[in-house]
Design a protein around this ligand. Structure first.
Ligand code: SAM
Length: 295
């Protein structure tokens, strides 16, 4: 056998070994976030070979499997049955079955059910492995045109208004690029709250990634609020926001009173100046009031 052919056959042997579906293993299988062609060859192989599939929504996953001509027993694994279903899945894995965990789209365990199951498996020394594929957060970050060297993923920020605002106020000091997920019916509110917490930073709104209507809007928070005042948000979004820059900290050497005065000298009312100072410093408005009143 020539050297090249030997190397080729070694490569085949290695890859066959590496790609062998193992008993007693949980496979986290990433699925497409919009374009079915993004499923990997290895994902399909694992889905064909495992004993059963744990799916966030068995109807959705059933459609995906049947599109690729795969028929496999499924169990549902979602937010509200995680505790008891996780236990049952672990027992089957311990008995030697192989399971693929699949969510509705993208990488399982990233703002998706799965995190808990991985923890349960880790606690019980059950092998967990990963079949990589799409993740909306990473796709959005890569497309954002913003700094990608250091980033923070916050997942979904929505929830009760006061909680959301408090969290955004904490995040306004974050220097890394920030990635959020958002549903279309919450987008307007979230953009408004982001604008009042962060000021007019650069953002990228990454919509319907990998789908026919994929759109990347690179703009600022102020312009995004204006734009979606007129346009109805539709589809799925990843919001990528520039981190706090050094020049945003122009006030660093000022006292709180000087900082408030700075905005009032620029024409703001005392109330607005206090709000702006609270936003800059990532603290509650009342704390600034107390400090200014005490002065
Ligand atoms: N685990 C998934 C992943 O790896 O991306 C995320 C699941 S999370 C429940 C769903 C959210 O991801 C959506 O609300 C949206 O914010 C984002 N998302 C998913 N698919 C998307 C797409 N094609 N374009 C933009 N955002 C998407």
């Amino acid at each position: 056998m020539s050297g090249a052919r030997e190397r080729d056959s070694m490569y085949v042997k290695d890859s066959e070994l590496k790609n062998k579906t193992e008993p007693g293993t949980l496979y986290l299988v990433a699925t497409p976030i919009g374009n079915l062609s993004d499923i990997s060859e290895r994902a399909l192989k694992v889905l064909r070979e495992v004993d059963f599939v744990a799916a966030e929504d068995t109807r959705n996953t059933g459609k995906l499997l049947s599109f690729f001509g795969i028929s496999k027993p499924m169990v549902s694994y979602y937010q509200h049955n995680r505790a008891e279903r996780g236990e049952a899945i672990c027992r089957r894995l311990e008995a030697g079955e192989a399971c693929a965990l699949v969510t509705d789209a993208g990488t399982p365990a990233i703002s998706d059910p799965g995190e808990e199951l991985v923890k349960q498996c880790a606690d019980r020394n059950i092998k967990v492995t990963f079949i990589p594929g799409a993740c909306a957060a990473i796709a959005g970050l890569a497309l954002s045109g913003l700094f990608t060297g250091r980033f923070a993923f916050e997942g979904f920020i929505s929830g009760a208004k006061s909680e959301r605002r408090a969290r955004l106020s904490e995040l306004s000091a974050e220097e890394r690029t920030l990635i959020l997920y958002e549903a279309p019916h919450h987008l307007r509110e979230t953009l408004k709250d982001l604008y009042s917490a962060f000021g007019d930073r650069k953002i990228a709104l990454c919509r319907e990634l990998t789908k026919l209507n994929e759109e990347i809007i690179r703009t600022t928070l102020g312009k995004a609020v204006e734009y979606y005042g007129e346009i109805q948000p539709r589809g799925e979004y990843v919001i990528v926001i520039e981190g706090r820059r050094e020049e945003d900290r122009f006030w660093a050497s000022m006292t709180v009173a000087e900082h408030v005065r700075f905005y009032m000298d620029g024409g703001m009312t005392k109330n607005d100046a206090v709000k702006a100072v609270a936003r800059d410093r990532g603290v509650k408005k009342n704390e600034i009031y107390m400090m200014v009143i005490e002065k």
